[in-house]
Design a protein around this ligand. Structure first.
Ligand SMILES: C[S@@+](CC[C@H](N)C(=O)[O-])C[C@H]1O[C@@H](n2cnc3c(N)ncnc32)[C@H](O)[C@@H]1O
Length: 673
């Protein structure tokens, strides 16, 4: 740990003596910093470790508060040799290297032993009683509560609501009891009460205790086993550790750490999985306004935000697209990994947000970034052929509730539906923007800071179905929970287990999701709709989703087939020309016909729902509309002709002057029209 408050200047002077020695030892092999300035050494006095304090913590007592504050270590921890391994205890020199190594080993063994003991203790307590670890076992006087738990009836719940909601202690106790019962339902449930009654009660209590709307409380609750769900909600009440990412275009992590330590910042490396991250425990200066910050030596960035960039792993000299990039945390990370070579197109639809993106790009000294502002759905029409694309998609933010508590109450079912649709559109565009012929890349990374399935696995599964030329890859991330392949009656492609989920209560970082795709060449097979050469920007599913007012589901290919198959190409083109405007104007209100350019055998009607229409019927409709228009025109013309006859007759009756007057007024009327 880097502990700087008591750093002694003399000590640093001494350390300068063996700077060269450290570099010679090449202990920093794993660092991805391109800059290699002189190494500096810190006062790594382990005695001071106890003094570290989390920068922020909320008042509500929670399980999370008892967790180790360090961001989760990974399997790789034990094996990988990290650049900062030597940062522990006293400085490493040629002389004390063996000694240091022994110490480290001993410490690691002790930690492992401790972990094992903890795991055994947890297991033992679990088997004794499947209770969850929530406070409230005893009342204020320390009396053990022995009253048997009774689940309120529907009427009692109504009465409770009418009386202004239950007492917080009662809610707490009831949650604990419901969780306990649900863990061993057949043994512990009251006779005659169903599992869903307990579930409903615990969801209602979670909503009221943690301040969620019931809809979101249920959605999040269902993601986890019952007791884990409580841990998740608890973790959302606690701020995540403050973390920064070293900008390797400007400095090295150890130099940055040294400078910040000198300013009174208490920090340590985040974990072995990143060699640019630092976790800030305590600071006497505002971390977002230090001279180092202003000079672009670091980015204030959540640890979870490192993950998609690590998964994408952009290489020097590549052409990379960051499709939704503001305020640029990931863009600038990519620019640094590419060592300011190649080009990163940093796009964000929100022009206002591109200001902070541009500011960060300048501050961090990224010279290979082009900022642009398009709707991501316009790619690859705007630009394509990228080596790698990052889609850090707009999302509901259910992974960052500890940062933005408004998510607890401001998300509805419709928000999730619309977001999921947007994400599905964006992911296809991201895939289509990648060059499958890229020599070094051909990858897409999809990420969100949300934990809901419809924004994550469902989107990934959709992309796999719509683009048979992509496949999922291992993210390369050393930790994270596997993505769902089955969820509440939905089955996703088995490879979706390669995606990774990150949770606040498990990894002590924001809730996050990462998926990595490899884009391959499309096979030229006209019978498969997703294998057309032109990227299909608006897909069948979107059409219905984007036009919620209309339940029209598209052209019915099955009904069309007998008519279209026998048609000449010219007749086909004419039919399309006739039906496409109707499709746009009448059914889809501005959307394009997704089958424009496809052969007659498009997706079958049953895929798209009952309310579809065949092109033939559509053409008939056009024809009928045309007839109606003719009738209207003729009637209109008839009225005009009748008017003319009347005027001529009137002129004749009124004499030549009236004729002049009538002609004049007709002319002026026409002119004013
Ligand atoms: C999760 S944030 C991106 C954060 C960013 N990647 C970073 O690391 O700093 C999602 C971004 O998507 C942008 N966005 C929303 N809809 C978009 C669209 N249709 N096309 C492109 N960007 C969009 C939002 O303006 C927002 O800045």
């Amino acid at each position: 740990m880097f502990v700087g408050s008591d750093a002694d200047d003399d000590e640093f002077e001494d350390m300068d003596v063996f700077e060269g020695g450290l570099d010679d030892l090449e202990l920093d092999e794993d660092d991805d910093e391109p800059l290699r300035g002189p190494a500096q050494v810190f006062d790594f006095d382990s005695d001071e470790e106890e003094e570290t304090v989390a920068v922020k913590s909320k008042s509500k007592k929670s399980k999370q508060a008892e967790r180790p504050k360090k961001i989760i270590p990974t399997q790789s921890d034990a094996s990988s040799s990290d650049s900062d391994e030597e940062d522990e205890d006293e400085p490493v020199t040629m002389k004390n290297m063996a000694e240091q190594s022994r110490k480290l080993e001993a410490r690691r063994a002790a930690e492992e032993e401790l972990d094992l003991e903890e795991a055994q203790a947890a297991h033992a307590s679990d088997s004794e009683d499947d209770d969850v670890d929530m406070e409230g076992e005893e009342d204020a006087e320390g009396n053990i509560d022995v009253e048997p738990f009774q689940l309120p009836t529907a009427a009692e719940r109504e009465a409770e609501k009418a009386a202004g909601g239950p007492d917080v202690h009662l809610v707490q106790k009831r949650m604990r009891e419901c969780v306990r019962v649900l863990a061993k339902f057949s043994k512990r449930a009251e006779k005659g009460r169903s599992r869903s009654e307990y579930t409903d009660q615990v969801i209602a209590d979670i909503a009221s205790y943690y301040g969620y709307n019931e809809f979101l409380a249920e959605k999040l609750f269902l993601l986890f086993p019952v007791s884990e769900a409580i841990e998740f909600f608890e973790a959302n009440e606690v701020a995540r550790p403050v973390t920064i990412r070293t900008n390797t275009l400007r400095t090295r992590r150890r130099d940055l750490a040294q400078s910040l330590v000198n300013r009174g910042v208490n920090l340590e490396p985040i974990g072995k999985w990143t060699n640019v991250g630092l976790q800030v425990f305590e600071s006497t200066v505002p971390i977002g306004a230090t001279p180092e910050y202003l000079a672009g030596h670091y980015m204030l960035q959540a640890a979870s935000s490192f993950l998609p960039v690590i998964a994408l792993s952009p290489q020097p000299n590549e052409r990379v697209l960051d499709m939704a990039s503001a305020p640029g945390g990931k863009t600038t990370h990519m620019a640094a990994l590419m060592q300011n070579t190649g080009v990163v197109f940093a796009n964000d639809m929100n022009k206002l947000r591109t200001k902070s993106l541009t500011a960060n790009v300048h501050r961090l000294g990224c010279k290979n970034v082009v900022v642009c502002s398009y709707d991501g759905r316009e790619f690859p029409k705007v630009m394509g052929g990228f080596d790698r694309v990052l889609l850090d998609a707009p999302c509901s933010g259910t992974g960052v509730i500890s940062k933005d508590a408004s998510v607890k109450v401001n998300k509805s079912d419709r928000d999730f539906t619309l977001l999921s649709h947007l994400q599905k559109q964006l992911i296809l565009c991201a895939i289509d923007s990648v060059s499958p012929e890229s020599k070094t890349g051909g990858y897409v990374v999809y990420s969100t800071c949300s934990v809901t399935v419809e924004e994550n696995e469902a989107v990934v599964d959709y992309a796999l179905r719509k683009r048979p030329n992509v496949k999922l890859l291992d993210t390369g991330l050393a930790f994270g929970v596997e993505g769902f392949t089955k969820y509440r009656g939905k089955t996703f492609h088995p490879s979706v287990n390669l995606t990774r989920r990150f949770y606040p209560h498990v990894h002590n970082m924001d809730g996050f999701f990462v998926a990595k795709f490899r884009v391959e060449k499309r096979a030229k097979n006209a019978s498969e709709p997703a294998q057309v050469d032109e990227p299909v920007l608006v897909d069948e599913e979107f059409k219905t989703e984007l036009v919620p007012q209309s339940d029209f589901k598209g052209f019915d290919a099955e009904e069309d087939r007998p008519y279209l198959e026998g048609m000449s190409p010219i007749a086909l083109r004419t039919l399309r020309a006739l039906t496409a405007p109707v499709f746009r104007l009448v059914f889809c209100r501005g959307e394009t016909d997704p089958h424009e350019g496809e052969g007659p055998a498009s997706a079958p009607a049953q895929d798209r729902g009952a309310k579809s229409i065949s092109r033939r019927r559509c053409a008939l409709l056009v024809w009928r509309m045309w007839i109606l228009r003719r009738i209207y025109y003729n009637v209109h013309c008839g009225m005009y002709i009748r008017g003319l006859i009347w005027r001529v007759a009137h002129m004749r009756a009124a004499g030549p002057l009236a004729h002049v007057g009538a002609t004049k007024s007709a002319t002026s009327r026409r002119a004013s029209r």
